[in-house]
Design a binder for this molecule. Structure first.
Ligand code: CTP
Ligand code: CA
Length: 225
């Protein structure tokens, strides 16, 4: 019933998204990753599909079912996610980058399982490519949305990322302490725009945040074109 009552206000729009963590291999059985559950990104994908969009979700490993009607592309590492996104970006109208991309990958990945009686291993890290920044450089008509997970100075860091990565909007949320969004069904976010406007939302379930975000994107796109 809920689905039937929703307006199909995203009909005709193609939405490309990422969600979940990336995982960076140490050896064939071990990896570096983060606490992202994928819930926020999956909620947005589900809401966009409900509202009539064609949705492609590039997803790191998560414990969630792919929402009905959404095309899923499974990736592991940030480099795989970068390829999946750049290959597809040209044919989409809206790109929403929710994934918690690992900032570092392992430089000295071992192709065999590291044994405990070997000498203590040293894991060397290298920077991963910034996927969102490269989408920002290459975008044309697409409306590009990023997320910023911060433990302090939310507005300053979020606005800085929006400018640096050439975004049309950024969703900031604090990930420290009791308000942490990781794994939670609730989220408290602020929308920031390049013109300096911002909109601080109350704490609400992630599916409500998803609909608020899609409303905001539609409104902004309308005033852009
Ligand atoms: N992001 C990305 N590629 C990366 C790192 C981040 O595409 N290698 C994207 C995330 O998906 C998110 C946005 O950039 O939409 C902000 O991610 P965040 O981790 O908050 O910012 P960073 O630029 O990585 O900076 P830092 O972690 O140092 O705060
Ligand atoms: Ca980061």
């Amino acid at each position: 019933l809920e689905k039937l009552l929703r307006p199909k206000d995203l009909k005709g729009l193609r939405v490309l998204m990422t969600a979940g963590p990336t995982v960076e291999a140490i050896d064939p059985v071990r990896y570096i990753s983060n606490h992202s559950s994928g819930k926020m990104g999956y909620a947005i994908a589900r809401a966009a599909e409900y509202r009539g969009a064609e949705v492609c979700l590039v997803t790191g490993p998560v414990n969630l079912p792919l929402p009905h009607g959404v095309e899923g592309i499974a990736v592991q590492s940030a480099k795989e996610m970068l390829v999946a996104m750049t290959d597809r970006m040209d044919s989409f109208d809206i790109i929403i980058k929710v994934a918690a991309v690992a900032d570092f990958c392992v430089r000295n990945t071992s192709d065999h399982k590291i044994k405990k009686n070997e000498s203590t291993p040293v894991i060397e890290l290298a920077h991963n490519p910034d996927i969102l920044a490269s989408l920002g450089q290459r975008k044309r008509q697409q409306f590009l949305v990023g997320f910023a997970a911060e433990t302090k100075d939310l507005a300053r860091y979020a606005k800085d990322k929006m400018a640096r990565k050439n975004l049309d909007m950024i969703v900031g949320n604090l990930v420290a302490g009791t308000e942490s969004a990781f794994g939670s069904d609730q989220n408290k976010v602020t929308f920031f725009y390049p013109d300096g406007n911002e909109d601080a939302l109350e704490a609400m379930p992630k599916d409500k945040v998803a609909d608020q975000l899609l409303d905001a994107i539609l409104l902004r796109r309308a005033s852009h074109v």
